[in-house]
Design a protein around this ligand. Structure first.
Ligand code: NAD
Length: 294
């Protein structure tokens, strides 16, 4: 399949490389010359602009930071919605506000172009391994047509509903992860202050009801004070701000999300925005004046 891929950052670059490995023909554009060189060496056709990538493709994929970036590329600045072939489809893998996904899909529908919103969970290592989890919104027949393309980049591909449902699910995912990490930080810090060893708490708890993927991944990072990302606090703030915006639109109560968002904002203002989201522990360390250890 001929695919235009826009947004070759931490996630997009390895995802695009997996599409090349699966035998797809890729047309790419990036702002950084080094990224274009790397993609050319991997077998992609390098284009001079985003518009040039979509001239003669079956599919356009974007992996951009947030709603304004996707709108800029598709509707406002590069206007790929107008320029892409009417026979092609569009898949946005960015984590954005579901309302923006629906807005872009409605504009594409005016040209008869189908769209899937297909954000991912998993981070850079899973993007490299091709084992991302895709949460997809869009028509069932469009999903079935492009499922093999997503399977070249992920090991779990689930259709969650119509357009926007992918990003709704991703926002739920981001709330669950954020609140989980905060609960873990709160409990480990509290346990240590009660005189228990954090490692023993982790060992005893992880096999029970409170155990989780979040706990297995983040408890060791917290005990080692190793906050190299991973998933950056600033990106999680972006997602939780999207949760707040989306929740306001339907009047959904989100007291836990709001609390964790405030904690993350404190960390951002203290210069920790580039740290892994497990650095939520630092919020508790600042309040208690105590550092977590193993
Ligand atoms: P990133 O900032 O590394 O990459 C975004 C890329 O988009 C950059 O290379 C940037 O130059 C490019 N870009 C922005 N505007 C552009 C434009 N107009 N034209 C062409 N290129 C443009 O971000 P990322 O970490 O790859 O994240 C991408 C999306 O995936 C985000 O929505 C993020 O929330 C989501 N996500 C990230 C992770 C993670 O662990 N990093 C995990 C799951 C989901």
């Amino acid at each position: 399949m001929k695919i235009a891929f826009i947004g070759l950052g931490v996630m997009g670059k390895p995802m695009a490389k997996n599409l090349l490995k699966a035998g797809h023909q890729l047309f790419v554009y990036a702002r950084k010359a080094a990224v274009l060189e790397e993609m050319k060496a991997a077998g992609a056709a390098v284009c001079a602009s985003a518009s040039d990538t979509v001239r003669d493709v079956d599919l356009v994929i974007t992996m951009l930071p947030n709603s304004p970036n996707v709108k800029s590329v598709m509707l406002e600045d590069d206007r790929l919605a107008e320029k892409m072939p009417r026979t092609a489809a569009y898949i946005d893998c960015s984590s954005i506000n579901p309302a923006a996904s629906r807005e872009i899909a409605a504009r594409l529908a005016e040209y008869g172009i189908d769209m899937l919103d297909a954000p991912v969970s998993g981070g850079e290592p899973k993007a490299v391994d091709g084992t991302l989890a895709f949460m997809v919104g869009g028509k069932e027949e469009v999903f079935n047509r492009f499922r093999p393309v997503l399977e070249a980049m992920g090991s779990s591909v689930v259709r969650c509903g119509e357009v926007g449902a992918g990003n709704v699910t991703k926002l739920c995912n981001q709330t669950i992860v954020a609140v989980n990490i905060a609960a873990l930080a709160e409990a480990l810090q509290m346990g240590q202050m009660f005189g228990a060893e954090p490692q023993k708490i982790f060992d005893a708890v992880k096999g029970g009801l409170a155990g989780s993927t979040v706990m297995n991944a983040k408890a060791p990072m917290m005990m080692d004070q190793d906050f190299r990302p991973g998933f950056r606090i600033d990106l999680h703030i972006k997602d939780l701000n999207n949760v707040v915006e989306a929740a306001r639109a339907v009047d959904a109560p989100i007291p836990l999300t709001q609390s964790v968002l405030e904690m993350m904002k404190v960390l951002h203002h203290d210069g920790d925005g580039g740290c892994d989201h497990s650095a939520l522990l630092r919020y508790y360390q600042k309040l208690s004046g105590e550092t977590l250890h193993r």
